[in-house]
Design a protein around this ligand. Structure first.
Ligand code: ATP
Ligand code: MG
Length: 531
């Protein structure tokens, strides 16, 4: 009957000794239980899970770094730094494996490589590519919204409807004990009421503990030390601190228009063409058209919307070809026929035409972005109103901006009383998106100064920088993402803090040449330039 069948399956399966013992114990219980009892059901499900695990199965690693580089290069255009970092990481892993040193361990030592950056820059697909480069199986574990420890570690078997956790399920899906497991979106882990999933993950990633990982459901030791874990995140600040400590961060900041054109031409277009069942002879999309899609139909750090745009064009081409087989060429002059009118046009000039509006540069979950800070004043109880879902730090920096102008205004021909007797309102669009951080300081000073002097801010300027009460401009983060965004939005002059000058080295030449970057240390100089 059923239980005898389980006994022979357990006996013939290649199980680690401890696991075999546990499994045989369960088979014993199953033999004693009545076939129709709920317990028999639970035991069978458990035995199935144990028998489905890829115990003993390992794939052979490709340790040839040149071949690995070739795979990475074939899958992704550009990203030279990122690929170098991945190869260094693999090289060190190889060396340590050869010398039987085990995985790199310890706090902050980079046991886990984490790819961080805005949506659509290729983090997830790079993870897949790493698996291909190593010749390992690949599984993605999506952590977005996981808020329960049991999601990671499973439910105890006594729990109705108990399931193993995601790590066990990932190994089962991978079919080998040494896959690449991509922990996707670690920044979206939610701290829950039912235990802390981040703490469970910490144990999964800790080389000192993960060779005896215990899933609550499986209840046998699982050796995770051969798994190559990679992680991805949009926002580094949202990764739980102890996890971040274990990670070696590699940041992807986004692409310039030229890079996007190359990616689209060499990777996205061939892939989407195949998806639409078309050949290169049947349809051609000119580089100029690709640039136009990247510049005026999408405004993103990555290439996801660009890829969607291509898919949409190709679907329409497939329809056309059904009635007229002559090859199609998509260029700038017929693009609107496929995608409609452009969705984005440079708006800075329009927005900053009125006094009181200044263009800030920010980093959001979607990458770098420009945002227009609006200030206005009115009759009413004197004071400051702030809107746009600002965090505490941002609110404070608004007060600092106002206080700075009140105490130093005379230097710029501003009558401090103009500010004193009125209600001032500063708004940060988009109103529904929560924002925080001090980096809009100089932009607020500029918007307020523009308001009280009645002089509009020069439309080609974007800026970012923290400001102190005495007007010093302090350094901020995310310079590359912010300047890529300024470039995308068509700005040509950018102000950043003097101490951020070294960050300019990371900037692609294309952007470096298109932007005039002013590195300033005093907000008075900011006002002198931008107003
Ligand atoms: P998210 O944060 O939203 O999950 P992601 O960074 O994981 O975004 P992917 O899904 O990996 O983004 O990438 C989106 C698409 O763009 C994929 O089809 C990917 O292959 C492609 N892509 C991104 N960057 C490159 C590149 N440099 N070369 C080729 N293709 C790329
Ligand atoms: Mg992804």
């Amino acid at each position: 009957d059923g239980s005898a069948d389980y006994r022979s399956r357990v006996e013939s399966a290649e199980l680690p000794e401890k696991v075999r013992e546990a499994a045989l114990r369960e088979v014993g219980k199953l033999e004693r239980a009545s076939d129709a009892s709920p317990e028999a059901g639970w035991i069978r499900t458990w035995l199935d899970t144990v028998l489905e695990m890829p115990w003993g199965t390992r794939t052979q690693d490709n340790t040839d770094l040149a071949a690995a580089r070739a795979v990475l290069d074939a899958d992704h255009a550009g990203l030279a730094d990122v690929k170098d970092r991945i190869l260094e990481y693999l090289a060190v892993r190889n060396r340590r494996a050869e010398r039987n040193l085990g995985v790199v361990g310890g706090r902050g030592s980079g046991a886990v490589l984490a790819l961080a950056g805005p949506p659509g820059v290729g983090k997830t697909s790079l993870g897949e590519s790493v698996a291909r480069a190593l010749g390992r199986n690949f599984v993605r574990v999506s952590l977005g919204g996981v808020r329960d420890e049991a999601e990671i570690r499973g439910h105890r078997r006594t729990y109705v409807g108990a399931l193993p956790g995601r790590i066990v399920r990932a190994l089962r899906e991978a079919g080998s004990m040494n896959p690449v497991v991509l922990l996707d979106e670690v920044d979206k882990l939610a701290a829950g009421y039912a235990g802390d999933p981040a703490a469970a993950l910490l144990e999964v990633l800790d080389p000192a503990q993960n060779h005896t990982f215990r899933d609550h459901y499986l209840e046998v030791d699982l050796d995770l030390s051969d798994v190559l874990f990679l992680a991805t995140a949009n926002v580094v600040e949202s990764i739980p601190g102890p996890l971040l400590d274990r990670m070696e961060l590699v940041t992807l900041d986004g692409y310039t228009e030229d890079e996007k054109v190359a990616i689209a031409r060499d990777h996205l277009l061939p892939r989407q063409r195949e998806r639409a069942g078309l050949t290169a002879d049947e349809v051609e999309i000119a580089d100029e058209a690709l640039a136009l899609i990247a510049g005026e139909y999408t405004r993103e750090a990555g290439v996801r919307q660009l890829e969607r745009g291509l898919a949409k064009i190709l679907r329409k081409v497939a329809v056309t070809l059904a009635t007229d087989p002559s090859p199609v060429r998509v260029d700038t002059d017929n693009l609107t026929g496929y995608l409609g009118r452009p969705k984005f046009t440079p708006e800075s000039a329009e927005r900053t035409a009125v006094p009181g509006v200044a263009t800030g540069l920010a980093v959001t979950g979607a990458g770098g972005d420009v945002l227009f800070i609006e200030a206005t004043s009115m009759e009413g109880e004197p004071g400051l109103t702030l809107t746009g879902q600002l965090g505490d730090v941002m609110k404070e920096s608004a007060h600092i901006a106002l206080s700075y102008l009140r105490s130093n205004g005379r230097r710029f021909g501003i009558d401090p009383n103009v500010l004193a007797g009125r209600r001032i309102h500063v708004h940060f669009p988009a109103g529904a998106v929560p924002k925080d951080g001090p980096s809009a300081g100089i932009t607020m000073v500029t918007a307020l100064a523009s308001l009280v002097t009645g002089r509009p801010v020069r439309p080609e300027f974007g800026m970012t920088g923290e400001v102190t009460l005495s007007g010093r401009v302090l350094p901020i983060g995310g310079v590359k993402q912010k300047l890529l965004a300024a470039h995308r939005a068509g700005l040509t002059e950018v102000i950043i803090p003097a101490r951020n000058e070294p960050d300019l080295d990371d900037l692609p030449t294309e952007v470096r040449e298109a932007l005039t970057v002013h590195t300033l240390a005093d907000v008075a100089d900011v006002l002198a330039l931008a107003l």
